[in-house]
Design a protein around this ligand. Structure first.
Ligand SMILES: Cc1cc2nc3c(=O)[nH]c(=O)nc-3n(C[C@H](O)[C@H](O)[C@H](O)COP(=O)(O)OP(=O)(O)OC[C@H]3O[C@@H](n4cnc5c(N)ncnc54)[C@H](O)[C@@H]3O)c2cc1C
Length: 376
């Protein structure tokens, strides 16, 4: 077995690991990125062309963190010389007995983000494809939009190479089999390498719990199914006319989201949540019952999509903590092991910022971003 020493080892090349590598390399740090599958694979949580971004959070702590996250994406766009954020506007809506929209509006007001609260009736006037009952509670955030997910992740790895040159190494098809924390430095074992790391950053997504049994909270991978629709008349579903949206129902099985047609993929619609699975043996086919659930949602909210054909489908993983909050940082007894939970179903919009935070923690042991609510 070959023995290696590395200053910074990052496990995982998804959204979080690629962002961490970019931020480390940008500050002159050498990085060794390890990935168990091919680069850009579709077996984790980060594949797909786009993700929703928004300040619209019921929990004001996430809304506030998004101020830093929007800045981090802007800085990345400058470094990359490319635009990654598409402003589409975003709707959050719920039935009148649910207080989600009231909380989102309060969070947006607290951080001075422009927004407009309206009824289902006013929404039908503003966006006629949404056919919702008059008493639906709605808030519109003009700055919500899309992030070009796959392109952003690839660009961050590319920038890590540009900033780091030979100091940035990416090893694909290189599964980490175990992590040894017994000595004074973490040791990572792959099939062919024994790597002793000054700092080890674990961004292993749905596999993190298995790789790090010492992660202080349980991590639960769940299966998510995503549908892309091809409407007969695509014009009302184009960015600029159709916003990203989030529907919060009265119970957890009644949460849906979607986004406009983007890069020829169709209009994305999905239900938030799914059954717990083993990430290695997850079924990749869409359940017929799930199609029914989505059609039922479309009938009562976006009827113009009911007859649309399904252009493509995706199956993907969320990984949640028991309280569904992020967990970031290191354990006091092991400061050179830095861990990031995979941030449930809403981590992508924070990923560029989280990469910066993990790089701060690795290189300075602290960060100026307020991560107090999510610290391990
Ligand atoms: C369907 C879906 C829709 C979503 N929509 C949104 C959205 O609209 N907005 C938003 O903000 N967020 C969204 N999210 C959440 C967001 O995409 C995730 O929070 C984010 O992608 C998680 O990235 P990650 O790097 O932690 O995990 P991953 O992308 O899964 O990366 C982990 C990587 O680690 C590798 N790995 C694991 N174990 C090992 C090992 N032993 N050795 C080597 N490599 C290993 C894996 O192969 C993988 O490549 C969505 C998620 C899904 C699934």
């Amino acid at each position: 077995m070959e023995q290696l020493h590395a200053r910074n080892v990052v496990i995982g090349t998804g959204a979080m690991g690629s962002a961490t590598a970019y931020h480390l390399a940008k500050r002159g740090e050498p990085v060794l990125l390890l990935e168990q599958f091919a680069i850009g694979h579709d077996r984790g949580s980060s594949h797909g062309v786009a993700r929703i971004t928004r300040h619209s959070y019921a929990d004001p702590r996430y809304a506030r963190l998004m101020l830093d996250a929007f800045r981090a994406w802007k800085d990345l766009e400058v470094d990359a010389g490319q635009n990654l954020y598409l402003r589409t506007g975003g709707l959050s809506f719920c039935p009148p007995q649910v207080d989600y929209v009231a909380q989102v509006a309060a969070s947006l007001a607290a951080i001075d983000i422009p927004h407009r609260r309206m009824s289902g009736r006013a929404l039908r006037h503003a966006f006629p494809v949404f056919d919702l009952p008059d008493d639906t509670d709605v808030v519109f955030e003009p700055d919500a939009g899309l992030l070009a997910a796959a392109r952003a992740i690839a660009l961050q790895r590319e920038l890590a190479r540009q900033f780091g040159g030979d100091q940035t190494r990416v090893l694909a098809e290189c599964p980490v089999r175990s992590i040894d924390l017994e000595g004074n430095k973490p040791v990572v074992l792959t099939d062919a390498l024994r790597i002793s790391a000054d700092r080890l950053i674990v961004t292993a997504g749905a596999w993190a719990g298995r790789l790090l049994p010492q992660f202080p909270v349980a991590l639960r991978p769940t299966r998510q199914q995503v549908l892309y629709f091809r409407p007969n008349d695509p014009a009302p579903f184009a960015p600029g006319r159709f916003p990203v949206f989030i529907h919060k129902g009265a119970d957890a099985l009644d949460d849906f989201y979607g986004m406009p047609e983007y890069q020829g993929c169709g209009v994305k619609v999905a239900r938030h949540g799914g059954p717990e699975v083993d990430p290695d043996t997850m079924d990749r086919a869409i359940d017929p019952a799930y199609l029914e659930i989505i059609h039922h949602f479309l009938k009562r909210s976006i009827p113009a999509l009911v007859e649309a054909s399904i252009e493509r489908t995706e199956v993907c993983l969320y990984t949640t903590t028991p309280d569904e909050h992020f967990r970031l940082g290191s354990r006091p007894d092991c400061p050179n092991l830095i861990m990031a939970s995979p941030c449930s179903g809403h981590g992508f919009k924070f990923s560029c910022l989280i990469g910066r935070v993990l790089a701060d923690l690795a290189t300075q042991g602290a960060t100026d971003i307020d991560i107090e609510p999510w610290k391990l």
